[in-house]
Each structure stands twice: as structure tokens, then as C-alpha cells.
Design a protein around this ligand. Sequence first.
Ligand code: ADP
Ligand code: MG
Length: 230
Amino acid sequence: TEVIMQETEKLSVIGELAAGIAHEIRNPLTSLKGFVQLLRNNMSQYQHYFEIMEAELNRINYIVSELLVLSKPQVLHFKKRNVAEIMDSVIFLLKTQAILKSVEIIAQFPNNLPELECEENQIKQVFINLLKNAIEASPYGGQIFIQASLLGSDAVRIRFIDQGSGIPEEQIARLGEPFYTTKEKGTGLGLMVSNKIVQDHQGSLKISSRLNVGTTVEVILPISPKERRN
Ligand code: ADP
Ligand code: MG
């Protein structure tokens, strides 16, 4: 089964509303975090409660920042960046999570890959979301291949290939819907946000999956996208 993710415009009505709300949540959240930290330093007997409070605040913060990516308008400033370096930093970030499942990450980047004009932090976010999904889907001891290649002369293709259980046909249509998740602790925002970022870079995101074989997520990014206001 294969699905090319749709234009975010068609999908993101709820997402945009959520982004607006997320914006409003940001400020009180920051102030709460500050006071929790302050109290934690003065009430050491309640250390454990404070840890839980901070972890929960971090989770809300994470969800809010994912939602904010969807908010418009956003002005993008593309700069030339080395994709392999961005990927290395992402692999480093998720290494402990992979080690916990004995998952091996094999990145294959050709030497001749040109620099990509992009918003580095956003592309990093896409790679984090896709690699995280691949790790979460992987069986114990599985392998994940990250393959990059030059597509013609003006685009780069990056594939995340996992050996997970795959995605059933009836679920594949729902991918990228806001808050659609099959995970107990999932947010159901990763694919939607990734798709939005890739679209902002005038690229495309495609998911193909075979049950009990694995899933491949393919991102195609033009080397020199035109900057535009969304
Ligand atoms: P989350 O990871 O928080 O659930 P995502 O938007 O990243 O949200 O993914 C949505 C859903 O898509 C996941 O819950 C999962 O069911 C499915 N999915 C995404 N990537 C993969 C993958 N590599 N293998 C299997 N299922 C996947
Ligand atoms: Mg995810």
C-alpha cells in the first residue's frame, strides 16, 4: 500500500485551530514551568512530585510546539545546509532510544550530495519525527536504513526504511490526520507536522508499507526551493 500525503491545506483545518489555541497555551505554560522549578528547589521532600509535574509540563510543551509549526503565516528563510550533518545530529539524538530496542540505524549518504536550501530546524524536526516513528515501529534487533540520493540534478530523496509490522490498509488513509495515533503515548502530530514542513519546502512525502515486512517513508526535497510566504 502506498500513499502520497495530501496538501496540508486539505487536512489541516483542525490543525490550524489547534495551532491558534497552542499559541495561547504557551505563555501560561512558561510561567507554570518557572514556578515549578522554583518550588522544586525549595521543597526537596517533594522531589518525586516535582519530577512528574515537570515531565508532564514538558509533554504539553512538546505538543504545543508541534502544533505551532502548523500556524500561519510563517516566513521561511532557507539557508544552504549539509543534509548528512543534520541527519547525524538526529541519529545522535535518538541513539539511546534505538539502543534500548537493539535497533541498528544504518545511514547511507553519497559523497556528492549537494547542500540543501532549507530551514535547518524544521528539516531536523522532520527527520526526528520520521526516525522516531521508524524506531517505535521496529522489532527488537531490527535495522533501519536511511538512504539519501540525488534525484536528477535538482532534488534530494531521503528514505527511512524500517522492518516493523507495517501499516494496515484501512489505517494508511488516516495517516497525517491530526491526532491520529495507534500508540498509547502518541500525539498523532508527527506525520502531519512533517508533511506541512516538507510542503513548505515544496517537497513531497510518501509512505509505502507492507504488512509484516516494513514501512518506507520517502521525503523528496528540492535543492533550491523558492522562498514564499504561506
Ligand atoms: P505518533 O507517532 O505520535 O503516533 P505520527 O503522526 O508520527 O504520530 O504517526 C501516526 C501513526 O502512523 C502512528 O501512530 C502509527 O500508527 C503510524 N506510523 C507512522 N510511522 C510508522 C511506521 N514507520 N511504521 C508503522 N506505523 C507507522
Ligand atoms: Mg510519531
